[in-house]
Each structure stands twice: as C-alpha cells, then as structure tokens.
Design a binder for this molecule. Sequence first.
Ligand code: PNS
Length: 159
Amino acid sequence: MRRAVCPGSFDPIHNGHLEVIARATSLFDEVIVAISTNPSKKHRFTQDERVEIAHETLTYLRGVSVMPMGEGLLAQFCRAQGANVIVKGLRSSHDLDFELPMATMNRQLAGVETLFIPAESSYTHLSSTLLKEVAALGGDISPFVPKAVLKRLKPDDAA
Ligand code: PNS
C-alpha cells in the first residue's frame, strides 16, 4: 500500500491545492490530506471548518481522505498513519527554498521522504492569503476556489 500525506493549513483549500492532490492520487493508493493548525498563525477558518471544506470538496477523488493533523510534528503524524511520503506542491524557487529544510528535517526525524509536485502554471500565483484578500475586497475568486469555499468566503470577511 503506497500511502502519502499531503499536509497544509488549507485556509482555505484552493484549486492549486486540488490539482496537486489529484495528481498525487495517480502516484499513491491513498492520499491523506492533513489539515494542520498552527497556534502562531491567525487562521480565517477553524480546523474543523477547514476539514469540513476539504471533505466537501474532495469527495469526488478516490483514495483521498481528510484528517486533522493537530499541533504536533508532521513526521510523527506520517509515522502514525503508516505513510512514508509527504507530497507538497511547488509554485516557485521561493517555495523550494522554504520547503527544503523541512524536507530534510522530516527525513532525518522519521525517514519520511518529501515528493515535490510542480504546480500547473495557471495556478502558480494562487495562495490562500491572496485569495482571502481578493475576496475581502470584493474580487471574484470563483475561478480559483471550489464551491465549498466560495459559499463561505463572503466579500465582508477579513483576509
Ligand atoms: O500550508 P502551510 O501553512 O504552508 O503548511 C505548513 C505545514 C503544515 C506543512 C508545516 O507548518 C508543518 O509541517 N507543520 C507541522 C509541524 C512540524 O512538523 N514542524 C516541523 C517541520 S520540519
């Protein structure tokens, strides 16, 4: 059984995330979308809401499950789930610089390898932060997010 973990804040999940998760399903039997919570980050959606949104959005993909990751180490979460690969999308060299130390740390902590999937070019500008700002200022984010996000992210919401 090839099982991978696709971790992130997903605050909220957007089409760039979905594309990477969909491509991961062609490489692994099971992909666990792990929703983290970081006490030092101010999340727009609670962890429960982010799990619910991801559930609603990903039901169409076979082999995908959604789980809260809590506040612990990603490497420990992977071990507990029997996954030895982490999948991350890469939008730019900036992402790579940010991700490389974590990939090495996760391998040294728990022998978990990280697989980077280059984001589709039409999604490389997307980030949850940017989308929240555009939505809050009245911009149309419908081309970039699933319906489950669109209905919850009203223009009045803070970024
Ligand atoms: O979507 P994000 O906020 O970029 O996701 C970051 C995430 C959740 C992948 C990262 O913060 C993480 O791995 N958090 C778990 C805590 C941990 O394991 N920290 C040490 C990393 S080597």
